[in-house]
Write a protein that binds this ligand. Structure first.
Ligand SMILES: [Zn+2]
Length: 195
């Protein structure tokens, strides 16, 4: 195997927050607004363009998460790193909390979905970190605390937020896609050093 030479990370001029969305696959944003959003259509487009050989490489084995999730994560991580490099940006990810066995044993359909979601995100983080390292893109992790519940404009924390698609701030009136709101907050955490 040929050894890949790693470059040291460059000095970023902005940060991209990455949110694994409830309603979108992934949203990335700088601290002002949206930069990139992945939905099913983007993934389908890539699938068509990718050579069969490469597709097989990423869909061969998958124990904990589905082959499809693995493949999607490959496509998404590649795009995120490319985009970050293009904007001279660093990548901000949410720190993952450890998986508890009790969660697995208590296997209600809702819990299974949640666990698969975490596994899929762990795989995505791994892929982003690997590709970013090769490209010299800085990566930092921040605490996931309140990233969905905080208003990205005024900082008000909406503790009653459930699964609404739109985040509505009862303090400043901001109405924003919840996943985009979370991605902005993730990017902002680095700027304000809440790591
Ligand atoms: Zn607000």
């Amino acid at each position: 195997m040929s050894k890949v030479k790693e470059k040291g990370p460059y000095k970023q001029t902005l940060w991209f927050g990455v949110d694994l969305g409830v309603y979108n696959l992934v949203v990335i944003a700088d601290n002002k607004g949206e930069s990139l959003r992945f939905d099913g259509e983007i993934v389908k487009g890539h699938k068509r363009r990718l050579k069969k050989k490469e597709f097989n490489k990423y869909t061969k084995v998958g124990n904990k998460i589905s082959n499809y999730s693995r493949y999607i994560n490959h496509v998404i991580s590649k795009e995120i790193v490319k985009k970050a490099k293009q904007y001279n940006a660093g990548i901000v990810l949410e720190k993952l909390k450890g998986l508890k066995k009790s969660k697995l044993n208590n296997s209600t359909p809702k819990n299974i979905r949640r666990v698969l979601h975490i596994w899929s995100y762990a795989d995505l983080i791994e892929k982003i970190e690997y590709k970013a390292n090769l490209e010299g893109v800085p990566v930092v992790e921040v605490s996931p605390r309140n990233t969905s519940k905080t208003c990205s404009r005024c900082g008000y924390v909406n503790r009653r937020l459930k699964n609404e698609r739109i985040f509505i701030c009862s303090k400043c009136g901001l109405e924003i896609d919840r996943d985009l709101n979370a991605a902005i907050n993730i990017a902002k955490k680095v700027a304000s050093k809440q790591v």
